[in-house]
Design a protein around this ligand. Structure first.
Ligand SMILES: *[C@@H]1O[C@H](CO)[C@@H](O)[C@H](O)[C@H]1NC(C)=O
Length: 154
């Protein structure tokens, strides 16, 4: 996380502490494959995954993914406002659908801030411009975009 994404320790804690608390010393490849860890670090109202109480919270849900893409107003980029609007929708959907709904500030941080922090690059909204093509590559091919550049500052 430091070498590829230049995450600082606070960010690493938010993302990985829930997983480490279940499996000390776990590596990223294990996180992806271990359902227990996956379920504990996937929080409610995720952009592209159903809540655990509703359905499959591990695999991408293409209905939710297309819904996310539809929040780009110009079809090519997302602004922070676009993402905030999408978050409000997912938040409300999740609250309405999940029988044991719970949501905290760190959940919202993990979901959208990290997406912009990793994939954001220069564009019409400055360095926080998120490109639809990058989001597609990240979610559908589980790969970094060709234009990806590690952040200079954590
Ligand atoms: C994807 O999410 C939609 C909306 O919640 C739901 O209707 C659909 O059943 C889900 N698809 C799968 C394969 O889980």
């Amino acid at each position: 996380m430091r070498e590829v994404f230049n995450f600082d320790d606070d960010n690493i804690m938010i993302v990985l502490v829930p997983a480490f608390s279940l499996q000390p010393g776990v590596f990223a490849s294990v996180i992806e494959q271990d359902d227990n860890v996956q379920h504990s670090i996937n929080c409610a109202a995720a952009p592209t995954r159903l809540d655990k109480d509703i359905g499959n919270n591990v695999d991408i849900n293409m209905t939710l993914f297309k819904q996310l893409l539809s929040f780009s107003k110009d079809g090519q980029t997302f602004s922070l406002e676009d993402l905030a609007e999408h978050h409000h929708l997912r938040h409300d959907q999740s609250r309405a659908e999940s029988p044991r709904w719970q949501f905290g500030n760190s959940d919202a941080t993990a979901q959208y801030t990290i997406l912009v922090g990793i994939l954001g690059r220069n564009g019409r909204y400055g360095l926080q411009t998120l490109y639809v093509e990058d989001v597609r590559k990240f979610y559908l091919q589980e790969d970094l975009p060709d234009a990806y550049e590690r952040r200079e500052l954590p």
